[in-house]
Design a protein around this ligand. Structure first.
Ligand code: NI
Length: 178
């Protein structure tokens, strides 16, 4: 079990466009996926992208499958490893929702995201994933995949009157880990 350091906003490694994974079933990929999982769980994250631990590859993990104290009201999202993702919005509708990020500790902001989303990519064995989702699941995927193109959620905030410190915006929310 290796809990890796999560890079914080301001680190230029978070601004890179990540490289695609080309080899599957390798020890290196195994270690990366285990480290991502350990690090996300230790931080109670809803998702984590490889660039957040300094790895320049198109790999994200997300989902909880159970109650998450950082997002107590969030619907359950299946725990997923998604490699080399391609996102396609379904329709034009967007909706606002609160987001946080382990690379932007202590803050939350309202971000517009596509309500419905098709995402495609590969699982750890190199097998295809193809899902069409909506709501919080779609939001999480868009947030995590933004990390693969060097975008952090504050770059997408439009109304900065709805951006601030978690402890002020949501008193009592368990956000001790970020
Ligand atoms: Ni994030």
């Amino acid at each position: 079990m290796t809990v890796r350091e999560i890079l914080k906003m301001g680190d230029p490694r978070l601004l890179r466009v990540a490289q695609p994974v080309t080899h599957f079933n390798t020890p290196e990929l195994e270690v990366l996926l285990q480290d991502l999982d350990d690090t996300m769980q230790a931080a109670n994250g809803a998702g984590l992208a490889a660039p957040q631990i300094g790895v320049d590859l198109q790999v994200v993990i997300f989902g909880s499958g159970e109650f998450n104290p950082r997002y107590p009201d969030a619907p359950v999202v299946p725990r997923t490893v998604l490699i080399n993702p391609v996102l396609t919005p379904v329709g034009d509708a967007q909706e606002d929702g609160w987001e946080g990020c382990l690379s932007v500790p202590g803050l939350r902001g309202v971000v517009p995201r596509y309500q419905r989303l098709r995402y495609q990519g590969l699982d750890p064995q190199g097998q295809p994933i193809d899902r069409t989702v909506e709501g919080f699941h779609a939001r999480v995927v868009q947030h995590e995949c933004d990390h693969l193109v060097g975008v952090l959620y504050p770059m997408r905030v439009r109304d900065f009157s709805r951006f601030g410190f978690t402890e002020v915006l949501f008193p009592g929310l368990d956000d001790a880990d970020d």
